[in-house]
Each structure stands twice: as C-alpha cells, then as structure tokens.
Design a protein around this ligand. Structure first.
Ligand SMILES: C[S@@+](CC[C@H](N)C(=O)[O-])C[C@H]1O[C@@H](n2cnc3c(N)ncnc32)[C@H](O)[C@@H]1O
Length: 246
C-alpha cells in the first residue's frame, strides 16, 4: 500500500499533465458511461473511494447528491481535492484513508470506485476492499465501479493516451506498469485483475446483481473526435460495473 502513496504523491505534482493526456477518454467515454449508470443522485449519500484529486467526486455532487465523501490513500491527492473544494466549495468532505483498512464512514446509498481496484496487490487485499465497500452501503445500496479492462486492445490504449506493459500470460494480481504518454511518460504500477476474479470477490463480500459493461462513446462526441472515440471503444481500456447490497 505504501507504494501507492508514494506513486500518487508524485503524480499529484504533475497531475495537470496527466489529466491533459487522459481527458479525451475520460470526457468522451468514461464519464458519460459512468454518469448514465449513476442516474439521478438527488438527495442521496455517496462515498467515492480512491477519489484522487476529486474531479469525478465533484461531478457526482453536481448530479444532486445530498452528501458526498471522498477518500484516498494519497495525502497529496487529497490535498489537491481539498484545494479545489476551498476554491469552489460544494460541501464535499475528503479524508486520507486506505480502502483496505478504512473503518466504516457511514451508511451510503451509493459507493463509487473509479480506477482504484487495480491497485490491490493480492486477492486478500481485493477482498478487503470489496468488504469495506459493502460495509459502507445501506441495504439496497449500489456499488458503481469504473475499472481497468484486463483485456484492453493496444489500439484502444494508444487512442486513450497510454501504454500498458503487462507480462506475457499475466496471472491474477501480477504487477505491471502503465505509462501515461506525457513528456516524459508518467509511469504508474498497477495489478492484473480479470473481471471474473472481481465478480468472485464481490460475491464473497455479499454483493448481488453484479454486471460488467464496456464504456462507450457518448452520443455527443464532436464529429472531428468520432474516429478517435471509436478506436478508444475497440475493446476499451475501461469497463463499468454495478452491483447491489441486498
Ligand atoms: C487513477 S487514480 C483515480 C482517481 C479518481 N478516482 C479519478 O478517477 O479521478 C487512482 C487513485 O486511487 C488511489 N488509491 C490507490 N490505492 C488505494 C487504496 N488502497 N485506498 C484508497 N485509495 C487508493 C490513488 O492514491 C489514486 O488517487
């Protein structure tokens, strides 16, 4: 876990460069697909785990949520999120918390986890993360995840602005590097998690109605961007998942 603190405290210092590269896929595929799944959040309480500097956390609040809490392992990323909140107060609270060891923060209607599960280093850690997300939901609450696609194509990765360096024939939990194509590239270490493993882990945590779906281009992609968006969507770099706490 310490590894992730270090790497994201470093990323926090060059975050604007990383964001500029990945914004295409975030704006044209990821956020529209994720927002569609979230639906109307009016009056709901939302916990956004692994919130980073809070760009999606703020959008979640703007979907009408009554209360939003963002948690992240990295003090550097939480500092950026708090600075954004101080500049433009929305009533979001942030806390430095490791999802693998976090005590319950409350009973939320929705827990969101956006590009965070693939930092789990072992199946045991992944299980603890899943248990924690479940423990923070009220009965009937929803988990909404955006996560790396373990089977993404090289074409979609290039169109999205990064390269993955997976080992040949990767095994569950194997560590590998993702290079975001900033100048110089920004390397981040993540772990290989097949979708079937994540489903097993979520079932063990007590979730039901678990469903994966690929992200897809929004209907409002500008004509000049449609070719690139279509390349991003070919076996895309990220998938959405929804699940319910019975
Ligand atoms: C790719 S960033 C995504 C940030 C944010 N969710 C977004 O999409 O804008 C991954 C974030 O997960 C955080 N993270 C990694 N492992 C974590 C853990 N065990 N507990 C909480 N946060 C973690 C990192 O510090 C980093 O901020």
């Amino acid at each position: 876990m310490t590894e992730s603190v270090d790497q994201y405290d470093q990323v926090a210092t060059t975050f604007a460069d990383v964001e500029a590269v990945i914004s295409f896929v975030r704006e044209n595929l990821e956020w529209p697909s994720f927002q569609e799944l979230l639906g109307d959040l009016s009056g709901l309480r939302v916990l956004d785990v692994g919130c980073g500097e809070g760009s999606f956390t703020r959008r979640i609040k703007q979907l009408g949520a009554a209360q939003v809490v963002g948690t992240d392992l990295s003090p550097g990323m939480i500092a950026l999120a708090e600075q954004a909140e101080a500049r433009n107060p929305q009533g979001i609270t942030y806390e430095v918390q490791d999802l693998a060891t976090m005590p319950p923060q409350g009973e939320f209607d929705v827990v969101t986890a956006i590009h965070v599960l693939h930092y789990a280093d072992t199946r045991k850690t992944m299980q603890t993360m899943a248990n924690t997300m479940q423990a923070n939901l009220k009965p009937g609450g929803r988990l909404v995840v955006l996560s790396a696609n373990a089977d993404s194509s090289e074409e979609s990765e290039t169109a999205a602005g990064f390269r993955t360096h997976r080992p040949a024939n990767p095994q569950e939990g194997d560590k590998f590097k993702v290079a975001v194509l900033t100048t110089p590239p920004t390397e981040i270490e993540v772990h290989h998690w097949p979708t079937a493993t994540i489903v097993d882990v979520l079932r063990t945590a007590g979730f039901t109605n678990i469903a994966w779906a690929p992200v897809k281009p929004s209907a409002t992609v500008a004509p000049a961007d449609q070719d690139r968006a279509a390349r991003c969507a070919k076996n895309p770099t990220s998938l959405t998942l929804t699940a319910t706490k019975p």
